[in-house]
Design a binder for this molecule. Sequence first.
Ligand SMILES: [Zn+2]
Ligand SMILES: [Zn+2]
Length: 573
Amino acid sequence: MMPVLGEFPLVPIHVQDSEAIWDLNWQRTWARNMLRHFLNSETVLDLMTEQSRYFHLPLGNLPPDATLFATDLFYARHLVKHNFLLWCSPTERPDLGGREADDNRLLTEFEESSSVVTNNPDCYSTFCVELDIDGLAVNTLLQSHHVNDIEGTSSCVAFDTIPQASLEEIVGGQSAVLPTYDETALVSGAFKVLRAMVNAWLRDVTLYKNVIADFQILHFYRWLRSPNALLYDPALRRSLHNLMKKLFIQLVAEFKRLGSVIVYANFNKIIICTKKKTIEDAIGYVEFVVQSIRNKELFHSIEISYQQCWEYLVWLDPPTIVMNWNLVEYLPNVGGCRDNFKAVIAGYISAVYLHLKETGIQVTPARVRRVLSLDSSVNDEVMHIRRNMLRLINIGEFNELAEWRDPCISFVLPEVICKACNHCRDIDLCKDNHRAIENDWLVCPPYFINSLFDLTNIETLARKIPVWQCPLCRTSYDNSEIEYLLLDTVQRKAMAYTLQDVQCKKCLQIKLENMSEYCSCAGEFQCLVSRSDLEIHLRTFYKIAQYFKMPLLLEIVEWAIDLNPSFATGKET
Ligand SMILES: [Zn+2]
Ligand SMILES: [Zn+2]
């Protein structure tokens, strides 16, 4: 605007105001915001100077997501120092000189992408404690050289490294083409550099108490998982994920060794049953367990903190804790069925609870076998009730209809990271309880309407959309971001389905020949990924897109379903 300004260095300050401050007084609100940011700019500038000093980066070059960018920068410097040829790619495929364009396998949904989950539905009548796990990724990276040792193998014989050809061999042209087992073997060199980078940060934190280095470590896993990062490499991510799985299994084994019963465990959360009768004993026990786990070098930098505890826990699966039965929504609301269900479960829980306190009050549990049968101690009674109930509604005991089936569809989006507080968790998109309804202003910007009409009630014009929330800081996740993640998943699933291997039905061998119609053992062939699996997923996505108002996802899924006539028959089911 003013040409003279071009002669001054420009330092952009990236601030984000929430969209929700549109209202009739928008001029005043924005003016106030502008002044606030201006008065704040000195502090922000100080912080940015500190950052750019640590990053060795010109102040004006800091992008909005400085932490992510800095990780790219540090990694690039480390790679160059170790004689790697540097690449950089704004897309989700690494730039490997064109080879990556044919390697769709790297992008297909790999089976292990979903994190390891242990789930033991039961009734637990002693104190159960929920523990938050933090820093598993960084810990695994730092301990990666030990992970193979604890398995009883060593990294020299494992398949995840390739022998390095010496310089003489390369110059003499003697280096034979080494077999590449998979992409994780190919990145083993880069993986070591990654570890060196995080180690350097850790040194800055411990020796110089550097806050920015600490911040880098905190955001490291977000960088590794973010396709927006310039040096994003799915193979690196997969390597670390494999190691994380191994370390996590060790961690769970350690909990068991110290005498706790695992109720539920995933990468971010572990619920253990302490077998203690009083809260003091339980807390003392948990402190002891956490302390002894942290003292082991292998788990040294894992953060474990306790969240909440239950005196009596009926556990089915994560979104279904004690009185929060989303099962209820699937019972017909005839004759007070839902209320009865709630009353029975509540009555049962309090009855057992009171009984445990030996006050002698006992209520006989009377309904819904599945939940009650979680408690193995009343199994016989429950079987009896079930038989009677089924007779009441005229269904045979061994009828397929009488079998328990989860009525709720579900899709777990692994490791969603909150932008505000960096909390990382798996969201079950269909069952998750941390939800809210928000106004979608983007459909009709209110200031636009304001200038046309004088509307006092513009709230009604905005579209209401349900959103997921972070359980810690109550920030809503960005719906469009989740939509893109889901679109990505649809693409990957479709690709994985198309590129899959064919297997013999009889001997279960993978088909080797291209043209043969039958296996050498005369068996027929079948797909590894079944068609109905894909269909179930597409339908789940369809429901999610409908409910959470995701137009693009809805269109893609509809298109995919329409293209497959056998799917299309029951679109509305
Ligand atoms: Zn949060
Ligand atoms: Zn066969």
